[in-house]
Design a protein around this ligand. Structure first.
Ligand code: IPD
Ligand code: CA
Length: 261
């Protein structure tokens, strides 16, 4: 895919992310229609409406590109290119009026040899802080237009590590023993509730790493590229079924230490 096409895709994704960001700002303090509430998760009618708005805007400029989103798929799922969309990441925060949530949009292209998708464009927008992270593979990551870099911290003792507790009870139980060890080794652990923002915080050097087991592709596709383009490492390993992954996103200096206990 040519750089000019990637730039066009980035501009289109930014426009869509800002449009949903506006909806999120308008709705934060209003009562919200809950479509589904489980033990550790909530799905809102606004999640669905936001994805529809994003799809409409993306399809208007890129009619042949498929969409794989948290709220469903559309277009030809065999297409060479697909958007990976999390319309509202941090839905539980958003439902509880906690202004820490974002929009995440990535463009992926299928590798002709391996048949695997690779993220080439990533956009994450925090409408409450008006922070927009962007990346095009091979170019520096940016926050509101300014180039960003990951942190240089080498020791766990100095590090702030963010951790995500996925939605299922089994993942939660698997994460707890790790959390128990981690919290003793690092300066601070942070559980902020929006994975895409945790990744962009790693990219910006605010966090030194982000760890989660059983996270979905739409939570990490854009943020993972942004981490890499900011000089960090986005280690991810697929867990069979449902686009789930184990991830350690870091400044590139801490992953082995974080996986050693
Ligand atoms: C969730 C959040 C959370 C993470 C979960 C995600 P959602 O996404 O990013 O921080 O721990 O794994 O599913 O449901 O708010 O879009
Ligand atoms: Ca999400």
């Amino acid at each position: 895919m040519k750089l000019s096409e990637q730039k066009k895709a980035l501009a289109c994704a930014v426009k869509a992310a800002r449009a949903v960001g506006k909806l999120m700002r308008q709705n934060l303090r209003l009562s919200k229609k809950v479509n589904l509430a489980t033990a550790h998760d909530i799905k809102l009618e606004l999640d669905v409406r936001s994805q529809k708005l994003i799809e409409k805007m993306l399809f208007a400029s890129f009619p042949k590109v498929a969409v794989l989103g948290e709220e469903g798929v559309s277009g030809n799922q065999e297409a060479e290119q697909r958007w990976v969309v999390d319309p509202i990441d941090g839905t539980v925060n958003f439902t509880y009026e906690i202004p820490h949530a974002c929009v995440s949009i990535a463009l992926q292209v299928k590798d002709a040899k391996t048949g695997e998708y690779q993220t080439v464009v990533g956009v994450v927008y925090d409408p409450f802080c008006d922070e927009l992270w962007t990346a095009i593979r091979g170019q520096p990551a940016r926050l509101n237009g300014t180039i960003i870099r990951v942190s240089q911290r080498k020791s766990l003792g100095e590090a702030i590590v963010s951790i995500g507790f996925a939605k299922s009870s089994s993942n939660l139980e698997r994460t707890l023993p790790y959390f128990n060890k981690l919290v003793r080794k690092v300066r601070k652990v942070r559980l902020m509730g929006a994975a895409a923002l945790a990744l962009t915080y790693v990219a910006s050097g605010r966090f030194d790493a982000y760890v989660e087991q059983g996270i979905h592709l739409w939570d990490i596709a854009a943020g993972g590229l942004i981490v890499e383009c900011a000089g960090g490492e986005f280690w991810h390993e697929p867990i069979p079924g449902d686009y789930a992954y184990r991830i350690v996103a870091s400044n590139g200096l801490l992953r082995k230490k974080l996986q050693s206990f």
